[in-house]
Design a protein around this ligand. Sequence first.
Ligand SMILES: [Zn+2]
Length: 440
Amino acid sequence: MKKLIKLAIPITFVFTLVFSSSVTADPQSRPNGPYVENEQNISLSSYMSNEELYKKLQKLERNSNGKMKLDIAGYSNLSPDGYSTAEDKGEPLHVVKFGDSDPDKKRVLITTQIHGNEQISTEAALDIIKKLSSNGKEVNEILENVSIWIMPRINPEGADNKYEDSWYPTRYTHQTWDPEALGLPADTLAPWYYNEDGSERAQNNNGRIVYGIPGYDQNRDYNPNLDLNIEDQDKSEVADFLNSRSTNNSRYGGFYVTAESRTVTSVFQEFQPDVFVDVHHRGFNTLSDEDNRSVPVQLAAVVATQSYEDPFSGKKYEVDEDVLKLGKQVNALSYLTLQTGNSHFGAIQKYPDVNLPGTALGAFALNDAAIMLIEIKGQTQTLGQKQNGMLKETVKKPLYEVFKGLSDGTINDVDPQIYDDIPVSTNRISDPTTREDDAF
Ligand SMILES: [Zn+2]
């Protein structure tokens, strides 16, 4: 069923959506779409390869007068402890550093593109890096008090995926489940977040594409036990755990089978950030039945609603009360920053409370980091570049205010109740493409 008419009009233009079953005169949301029909055209125009990203980062470092330090934290096939999933190292995972891991400073860690198909998050990160590299008085004051580390594109393989010679960014990493390499019996079942046939939802191919490269949802591969290494565990215990669907599921942490999650976690452990921000993309909503503003971002400070007990070590993890409060303050300040009149910038919703100990946010929240999930509207393949500028602002503006609030201490004056009062996700509107999976 083709749902959409082809659009070639400015985004502010009010237009009509034609459905097969009904015709409506009102746009679903304000602004609406524009959704793109031909994915390949849009994809090529907005494509940023890993090589291009690396060059941009190197140029930013050169122009920063020593303020920014660009490091390679690891590689997509090789984690810091030497666990290798292939003969080559794979793609570098960069960490951009403004300031040291200094316990006398506030510390913020930002990651983007843990799902390779969520590119605008990385473009926003590049803008933030550029701003922090500048020699402005305000920026310098912030960096006197706050260290900021940014890991743009922590799923470089999914981000740079090709399908039939065209760019086809994917949610998943690239890696084949190889239990024997981990010392497990050959018939051990893969973690539940393994994508064996390398397939994803898509606009073409009847809503499904099989690009054929297996991999993992990296954002389920983290674990509150940051030191978990299958290699060091009792192998039969791990195999039993994986072979049972009652334990091999999202209620438990992941298994750190990807080099990417191990690398990011090693940076987290070195830096011990006060605040961890992970930027994603999602679907479409309007604010409410009465207010049809299109929701540009959803935010969340809660991704681990329950305490966690590591099934292997018995060690317990819980979200500290003060850490939760700071997380709510960070999210509340971000929400407040985007309230400008009745513009769509202010149409913010709260991502529903979830308990996902295998996500980076969930695992790190259980290890004393205040968190903010930012979920940008739409996928790169859905919106193309047409709202990029606006969507990047909804990430950059709040984060900059958070940096300032942490620097001058005013973050502590923000009422966490403001976070609790952010309207929760509702009024999902139909995405004319086929992305149905709203899990971040
Ligand atoms: Zn995501």
